[in-house]
Design a protein around this ligand. Structure first.
Ligand code: ZN
Length: 211
């Protein structure tokens, strides 16, 4: 019990220190990519095929596991020409933040890049998101607000559920809701490659959060 109390005292101290370090007396959230991102992502390449776009999302998910920076999920957002806009990797444990899934991270970074709260603004080209695994309830909802016009998924919900990751209330009607609003959605694209990263994470004994 004493150890538990000490732990919470330590956590509180660290949180207080971080708050002080920003010069603010209220919470501040900063989100950055892990250090390895520039060695895995070729920002200047044109990703002309769906295969190359999905492979990038999968490469990001794999690097996240290999470097120990988060769960086995990655995403990437492109203009429809194949120009890369942003990637995202699961960062839940790294930041103690349940919102930081691969897809939400990619959406936040993409909107930062284009300077718009929607990727579907009149002055912007169409954007599409490739995700290494079918989105959870949160990410599917966020996809609607993000303004992406196409979503391509690698591994299936069942593949993640097998690792005991909770995907939340996603139903066939949920996908239909987005499709009815003009968003194209494709499933099981390079599914085996994407699933391989989930299996690698399981073999490494990776942490299952929000189970
Ligand atoms: Zn999610």
């Amino acid at each position: 019990m004493r150890a538990v109390r000490q732990h919470f005292r330590d956590v509180h101290e660290v949180a207080r220190f971080l708050t002080m370090a920003t010069g603010a007396n209220h919470p501040v959230v900063n989100i950055e990519y892990p250090d390895w991102v520039d060695s895995v992502v070729d920002w200047n390449s044109t990703y002309s095929s769906d295969e190359s776009r999905m492979r990038l999302a999968i490469d990001v998910s794999r690097a996240n596991v290999e470097r120990g920076t988060g769960g086995p999920f990655g995403a990437a957002i492109f203009e429809d020409t194949g120009k890369l806009v942003a990637v995202g990797m699961n960062s839940v444990v790294r930041y103690n933040n349940c919102l930081l899934h691969g897809e939400t991270m990619a959406m936040m970074m993409a909107q930062r890049v284009v300077g718009s709260f929607t990727l579907n603004a009149p002055n912007l080209p169409a954007h599409e998101m490739f995700t290494s695994c079918e989105p959870c309830a949160m990410c599917l909802g966020a996809s609607l607000w993000s303004g992406v016009r196409r979503i391509v998924c690698g591994a299936a919900r069942d593949d993640a559920s097998r690792l005991n990751f909770e995907e939340g209330p996603v139903f066939p009607e949920s996908y239909k809701y987005l499709e009815d609003r003009g968003i194209k959605i494709e499933h099981n694209f390079l599914r085996e490659e994407a699933r391989g990263v989930l299996e690698m994470y399981r073999a490494k004994g990776g942490k299952i959060y929000n189970a």
